[in-house]
Design a protein around this ligand. Structure first.
Ligand code: INI
Length: 172
């Protein structure tokens, strides 16, 4: 950011202690999504989350992730959600519809509810590409997404505190 030193930037810490997480997992391509889930749980636990702070919800396919995530967010029980899926390209255009609507739906859900939602939906041409991203050559995208979820939960808390502080200062 021009003119702003790094130390003055507002950012979220990678500390999951006391935060509540919902993990929505698609059962379609579960060979991949189960590995992404394991990566996400690993990151949450290593960052200080206890198992009682984590709820896992399973949906049939990636297309169902946005609605389940929105309903979970509406309960007010969660600081952050992680949406996990794996969409593999087939012979028809089905892939394009499922992939774009899933991404759009998750983005809309987090904007509508204000609850951060990490997008951990692999969109791959081949199973090999997905395997690489679920714990092989390219790391585990579930792990990365969980770190993003923690960071956004903490950042959201800070931004909320900042704006209530600004309101209080204006009243003085
Ligand atoms: N769902 C996925 O999660 N991944 C896919 O690759 C996929 N393909 O290829 O069809 C897929 N389809 C199912 C979809 O998500 C819905 O569950 C289904 O259409 C019912 O609404």
């Amino acid at each position: 950011m021009a003119g702003q030193s790094k130390s003055s930037a507002i950012r979220g810490e990678l500390n999951a202690t006391g935060l509540r997480f919902g993990v929505v997992v698609s059962q379609f391509n579960s060979f991949i999504t189960d590995r992404l889930l394991a990566g996400a749980l690993d990151a949450l636990r290593r960052s200080g989350a206890a198992d009682r702070q984590i709820e896992i919800v399973r949906v049939p396919g990636a297309f169902e992730l946005p609605l389940a995530a929105k309903k979970l967010a509406a309960t007010g029980r969660f600081d952050s959600l992680i949406c996990i899926g794996c969409i593999l390209r087939g012979e028809t255009s089905h892939y394009d519809y499922v992939a774009s609507e899933t991404a759009r739906g998750i983005q809309l859900a987090q904007l509508d509810t204000g609850v951060p939602m990490a997008f951990c939906v692999l969109t791959c041409d081949t199973l090999e590409q997905a395997i690489d991203r679920a714990g092989l050559k390219s790391g585990n995208k579930g792990y990365d997404a969980a770190l993003g979820a923690i960071e956004m939960a903490r950042l959201s808390q800070k931004l909320a505190n900042n704006s209530s502080g600004a309101r209080a200062r204006r009243r003085r």
